[in-house]
Design a protein around this ligand. Sequence first.
Ligand code: FMN
Length: 205
Amino acid sequence: MPTDVPAPPEFGKPAPYGQVSPQTLALLARRRSSSPQHLAAPAPSGQELQDLLRLAARVPDHGKLFPWRFIILQGQAKAELAARFEALARERPDPDKAAAVLFKLKTPPLAVLVISRVSDGPIPAWEQLLSAGAVCQTLLIAATAIGYGANWITDWYSYDPRATALLGLESNEQVAGVVLLGTPTEAPLERIRPDVDAITSYWTP
Ligand SMILES: Cc1cc2nc3c(=O)[nH]c(=O)nc-3n(C[C@H](O)[C@H](O)[C@H](O)COP(=O)(O)O)c2cc1C
């Protein structure tokens, strides 16, 4: 699948501004996540994955901390991790359910774990976490824009300390998202959306 992801502006040079992008609007107006069971091979290629990560890492980030990192799961390594999660699932209070949801990790050919890493200092932890969420969403949008399907999940293994230890997470790190990627085999159906008027108010003095 050909991609044409422009290079970033040179550091310190003006970035484009004021450009209308109807294609971006069309994508945002109609984008949907793909169900994990409908994400098949081929996954984004190595070059495409590099492009996707570069785009996702351009999110707003107060303090230029880059408070996130990526862990890539694919091929045999992903299968091995899923097998180890399966063993952990047996020890959980809901073993059958915990094992069953692992299909979401096993089925798609590629998963990008977006790991939030919060550092001490003047920038509130909340803002660093929000920036990691922005990385996940940008990854979904970018993957959709180059023709792949994507889904942002977490599931129990993002929170289970034994699972996060297998992933090598430090004490200041959390899984912000498991972004599943692949080629969609079915069109996702539109889901219910909020009534934006109902959740919008105008502050008045
Ligand atoms: C932080 C976060 C965690 C999520 N975790 C899960 C999950 O563990 N399992 C799941 O089925 N969906 C999960 N979802 C929801 C899926 O991403 C869902 O498919 C998505 O909201 C569909 O909406 P869209 O079509 O607008 O992208 C999560 C969403 C977010 C934002």
